[in-house]
Design a protein around this ligand. Structure first.
Ligand code: IMP
Length: 207
């Protein structure tokens, strides 16, 4: 598909559905999209259910979620699949990052589980990265996916009240504070999600 067709299909849609029920993610994505004057709604607001994440990659799961919401809403859908990859744990929790928080979405539990596994591994390597795949799907079947990442290391105990998920244990490279302690605007400027979004902007939202 040529660049002009991509622009017309996605940029001119009257609204984008954010194919997520995670309020932290929806807020971050809405902040990223706002400067482009595209109206957004969360899938929950439109009563669109979340499909089961059956793929083995971030991109695969992002596409699966975007496709389902585009089909259900009849408009463009943007999905995010993201997670934390810890090098000493062979990339875990990875695509299972949300699932490590259990049915109650308890991220204190998820962060503690990562820390306990790191301690048990005996490795001094505390490096980790957040990865994000953003998928855009059009009800007509066109789809695009963009990946971004941010590298850093893990600290214990968790620090800071901002952000969501594993933010309180992640310190990005070149910084002293965790994403949980950082001003949200500073996180938005450097996060895995922002890096993926920059690629989306170049391809889809730049006239
Ligand atoms: P999923 O993409 O809905 O499967 O969930 C991704 C999970 O990864 C989230 O629930 C968080 O636990 C974690 N995650 C993704 N992005 C971030 C982030 O920016 N900060 C903290 N945790 C994140």
């Amino acid at each position: 598909m040529d660049a002009v067709t991509i622009n017309r299909l996605f940029r001119k849609a009257p609204m984008w559905v954010i194919a997520s029920h995670n309020s932290g993610k929806i807020k971050e994505i809405a902040d990223l999209v706002r400067p482009f004057s595209i109206a957004v709604k969360g899938a929950g607001e439109l009563s669109i259910p979340e499909p089961e994440e059956t793929e083995k990659t971030f991109s695969g799961n992002a596409l699966l979620k975007a496709r389902a919401s585009a089909k259900a809403s009849g408009t463009v859908a943007l999905a995010d699949d993201s997670g934390l990859e810890v090098n000493a744990l062979g990339g875990d929790p990875g695509i299972y990052s949300a699932r490590w928080a259990g049915p109650d979405r308890d991220f204190q539990l998820a962060m503690r589980t990562v820390e306990e596994k790191l301690q048990a591994s005996g490795s001094p390597d505390r490096s980790a990265r957040f990865v994000c795949a953003l998928a855009l799907a059009h009800p007509d079947g066109a789809e695009l996916v963009f990946e971004g990442e941010v590298s850093g290391h893990l600290v214990w105990p968790p620090r800071g009240e901002n952000g969501f998920g594993y933010d309180p244990v992640f310190v990005p490279h070149g910084h002293e504070v965790t994403f949980g302690e950082m001003d949200p605007a500073a996180k938005h400027a450097m996060s895995h999600r922002a890096n993926a979004f920059r690629k989306l902007v170049t391809t889809v939202l730049t006239p």
